[in-house]
Write a protein that binds this ligand. Structure first.
Ligand SMILES: O=c1[nH]cnc2c1ncn2[C@@H]1O[C@H](CO)[C@@H](O)[C@H]1O
Ligand SMILES: [Zn+2]
Length: 432
């Protein structure tokens, strides 16, 4: 007896061998996909009738600071450096681990609601992030964000916290949680520290998550201090590899693009954050043409200001078209690949496709809506017309986290109330 059968769905498998299945069935047993096709002999404890809906792999958000939902709308309309140094970092200094737990629960709730099945996180008090992820039932690749600012003592401490986190939480939450090292950026971490972190990550056999060339200011800083850009600098210390998830990568030369592709670096494109902070535009279509693995992320909620990966897909497509003045770049299916297959590859998880043996991580999108009518091409609607609010069900690791628009793995009102309280406490701490 299987656990769940989903029937009568239009299945967007994202599996290049299978394509779309117009009236399909998926059978879930334990945490994986047991069968996918047009019919099944299996029976199951639970049957979900997805008539009129699309069943697809859940989306993967490859760059997030989940706890920053607490700062949603807190500091808008400024330059990244001013925003971080004068607003976000002073406020983060007042955050308690309880605030981060509350903010991450809110993020998980929002992600489950909007069809995200996994995310890559870099933040502080990451043990509480892991707790929130474990309880919410979502999947995540978590890292403690480390910054040394060239201070040797701080570097030792940061690496100690980062290493302890990696070791304690890798594989937790029935394997839904994996861990990474999170050196913040080449202009906030020293050369020595980045070398040590890379060595430790290789030793522990875990991946690395880092911000790279998000701003022109970083490019100028690296040129002034090292006589080269961050891409060549990181190449020089043997940092690059398929184990690296590099967020942003906005300020790239054609030579940099070749390096990133050659080393198989995973690039998390965050178009909304890059637009909001006026950081610039990642040359996504050039990266893809060069053969690089480009995926999508929202960044934290203070620079987006939501975690809706459907909005991120649409923005990625539109921004690339207007910036290259070529409407043929990043067609809908390509963007869907970025948000599913490519994201799963970056996180090293067996998700991103609906295929036998893969993780049972999937979502149901309700197409019976005015703004999704009529339908000529399902992929087009998912990228250009749908939003996260159209997701009716989210399944992660074979567990139904949301069904018929109702979140089952957490008490929604409680999560919202506690996050509101955290934000109010925070403001009074900041003002005192
Ligand atoms: O867009 C961004 N660029 C650089 N840093 C960021 C961005 N968003 C958030 N953080 C910061 O990265 C650290 C992770 O532990 C946090 O301090 C967070 O505020
Ligand atoms: Zn970030």
């Amino acid at each position: 007896m299987a656990d769940i059968i989903i029937k009568n769905a239009y299945i967007l498998t994202m599996d290049p061998d299978a394509g779309d299945i117009e009236n399909g069935v998926v059978v879930i047993e334990n945490s994986t996909i047991k069968e996918i096709g047009t019919s099944t002999e299996c029976s199951a404890d639970k049957i979900i009738d997805a008539k009129g809906s699309v069943l697809m792999p859940g989306l993967v958000n490859t760059h997030c600071h989940a706890g920053m939902t607490i700062f949603r709308g807190y500091a808008d309309d400024m330059q990244l450096q001013d925003w971080l140094e004068n607003h976000i970092w002073p406020a983060e200094a007042k955050l308690t681990d309880e605030d981060i737990y509350a903010g991450t629960r809110l993020a998980c709730l929002e992600m489950i609601r909007s069809g995200t099945i996994a995310f890559a996180d870099m933040y502080i008090h990451e043990n509480r992030v892991a707790q929130a992820v474990d309880e919410a039932g979502i999947r995540a690749a978590l890292s403690y964000g480390m910054i040394d600012f060239g201070d040797k003592e701080k570097a030792d401490k940061e690496l100690e916290v980062g290493t302890a986190f990696v070791k304690e939480f890798n594989g937790k939450g029935d394997g839904r949680i994996t861990t990474m090292y999170g050196p913040h950026a080449p202009n906030t971490c020293s050369r020595d520290f980045l070398i040590r972190v890379k060595e430790q990550a290789v030793k522990d056999n875990v991946k690395l998550h880092i911000h790279v060339l998000e701003t022109e200011a970083e490019l100028n800083y690296m040129k002034e201090n090292f006589g080269m850009c961050s891409i060549h600098f990181l190449k020089g210390i043997d940092f690059w590899g398929t184990d690296v998830l590099a967020a942003h990568c906005v300020w790239l030369s054609d030579g940099d693009i070749k390096i990133l592709a050659e080393y198989g670096v995973n690039i998390s494109h965050n178009p909304i954050s890059n637009m909001k902070l006026a950081s610039g535009i990642c040359p996504v279509s050039k990266l893809i043409d060069a053969g690089a693995n480009v995926c999508l992320g929202t960044d934290g909620c203070a620079s987006n200001n939501n975690l809706d990966m459907f909005e991120e897909m649409r923005t990625a497509a539109l921004l690339q078209k207007v910036s290259t003045m070529d409407p043929t770049v990043l067609p809908a299916r390509k963007v869907l690949e970025m948000a599913t297959i490519n994201g799963a590859k970056a996180l090293g998880i067996n998700s991103g496709m609906l295929k036998e043996g893969y993780n049972a991580d999937m979502i149901i999108v309700d197409m019976n809506r005015a703004h999704l009518t009529p339908v000529y091409d399902v992929a087009s609607h998912l990228v250009y017309a749908a939003s996260g609010k159209d997701v009716s069900a989210t399944i992660v690791n074979g567990k139904v986290l949301m069904e018929d628009g109702k979140v089952l793995s957490m008490d929604e009102q409680e999560v919202i109330d506690i996050a509101v309280k955290s934000s109010k406490d925070l403001i009074s701490k900041i003002n005192n």
